[in-house]
Design a protein around this ligand. Structure first.
Ligand code: ZN
Length: 413
């Protein structure tokens, strides 16, 4: 499907360092070393409701990675899916009495507008589940040939024991996986399953639900296999980074890795599994079921500067869990006003060292708060807050800083 219009990325005078990233599968910092274009897959939305701040935080986090790689001189092939048919979407469509296709189209369009407003670089391939059904069918047939698929009534399941590495990506014990699984869409209790952790890859047609013809009978794809099929098709094996929110560590990314490994035992799915923290509001993780959501579109409709929203997100390290506080948004609005004042002067404190500091901070596990602090120090010096501008003025500082803010942090001021 169509992505959103991607903002231009200014070219910086300095090349950034190689990018290190925390890998959830090894709990270690890994230096990414893309061969050719850097390849990144970030799990997309299920378009049944507007983009909330938890989503925005995840997509801005991986946008920083996209930008850090570009600063380091890499091209980036970015793929994102849209789960445009799945239980939550169908349930919501029924509840609000809207055709599920119409709901998916509407919410996907709103997501595009939110991403464009936040200046998130668009994926090269923005791929829906429905349009990927032939890919999913192919992958299930490959998994079938490998002996890892069995039926429970009209549904097909993937046998997790087929992957000897199953569990290694999330580093969870079987007991921990069993505890989390039902909270995240799993059905460990279903009679007929060989292992409680096995996941559905093809859901047979149900009365009143959409379905598509396949060699396994009419039905629709499971969620995990959708991402595996899309990622393998557009990125190939052992791509650089599989990304998403930390609630995808298990089962979603574990299952994707399992499918890919069984489909091609000589390969791995991704080299690094990176996860963004959860955003809370009113003391609890922001989630649809709790109803404690702050929507990007609602703030935009109240004429909030999207760059201020983005700055709030940048002020929290992507891996931390944090709470959205309205006060931080108003502080960000004030901060940007000060930054714009400093940029309007043209000349300022030397910008070159700030370029290096910001690119270095972002290359070290996307340390956006440190990058923001470096910009703030430049603003303070330029506005004379720290009082040592006179002996170190840079006539083109504002030009350089404009480019830096835009290219590295996605802030167009
Ligand atoms: Zn996914």
């Amino acid at each position: 499907m169509r992505a959103w219009p991607s903002p231009d990325v200014p070219v910086l005078p300095t090349t950034g360092p190689a990018v290190t990233l925390h890998d959830s599968a090894t709990d270690a910092l890994v230096t990414t070393s893309p061969r050719g274009a850097a390849r990144m897959y970030v799990c997309g939305i299920t378009p049944y409701d507007a983009t909330h701040m938890g989503h925005a935080a995840t997509y801005v986090a991986f946008d920083l990675l996209n930008r850090a790689w570009r600063s380091a001189g890499h091209e980036v092939t970015y793929v994102q899916n849209v789960t445009d048919v799945d239980d939550p979407l169908l349930e919501r469509a029924t509840r609000v009495n809207v055709d599920w296709r119409e709901l998916a189209l509407r919410e996907t369009e709103l997501f595009r507008q939110d991403m464009a407003a936040l200046r998130v670089l668009a994926p090269a391939h923005f791929v829906g589940a429905v349009e990927s059904i032939p890919l999913v069918v192919d992958l299930i047939e490959t998994l079938q040939a490998a002996g890892s698929i069995y039926a429970v009534e009209d549904d097909l399941y993937f046998s997790v024991t087929a992957d000897p590495a199953f569990g290694s990506h999330s580093r969870l014990s079987t007991a921990q996986m069993l505890e989390i699984y039902p909270e995240r869409g799993g059905d460990p209790e279903r009679p007929g399953k060989r292992d409680p952790l096995d996941c559905v890859v093809w859901r047979g047609a149900r009365e009143g639900e959409p379905s598509w013809e396949s060699p396994f009978g009419p039905g629709r794809p499971g969620w995990h296999v959708e991402c595996t099929a899309i990622a393998m098709e557009h990125l190939g094996g052992a791509f650089d980074v599989q990304g998403g929110g930390s609630d995808l560590v298990f089962p979603h990314h574990e299952m994707c890795a399992g499918h890919a490994h069984v489909a091609d035992p000589t390969n791995v799915f991704a080299q690094v599994y990176a996860h963004a923290g959860m955003v809370a509001y009113d003391g609890e993780k922001m989630s649809k079921s709790r109803g404690n959501l702050v929507f990007v579109s609602a703030l935009r409709n109240s004429d909030v500067d999207p760059m201020a929203i983005r700055l709030v997100l940048l002020n929290h390290h992507y891996r931390s869990d944090w709470e959205w506080l309205d006060g931080e948004l108003w502080e960000a609005v004030d901060t940007l006003q000060t930054w714009r004042r400093a940029l309007s002067l043209g000349a300022g404190a030397p910008a070159e060292p700030v370029v290096t500091e910001v690119l270095t901070a972002l290359a070290e596990d996307l340390d956006a708060p440190r990058a923001v602090a470096a910009v703030q120090a430049w603003v303070d010096a330029t506005l004379g807050v720290s009082g040592h501008l006179a002996d170190a003025s840079d006539a083109d500082a504002a030009l350089t800083m404009h480019s830096l803010l835009d290219a590295a942090l996605g802030l167009a001021l």
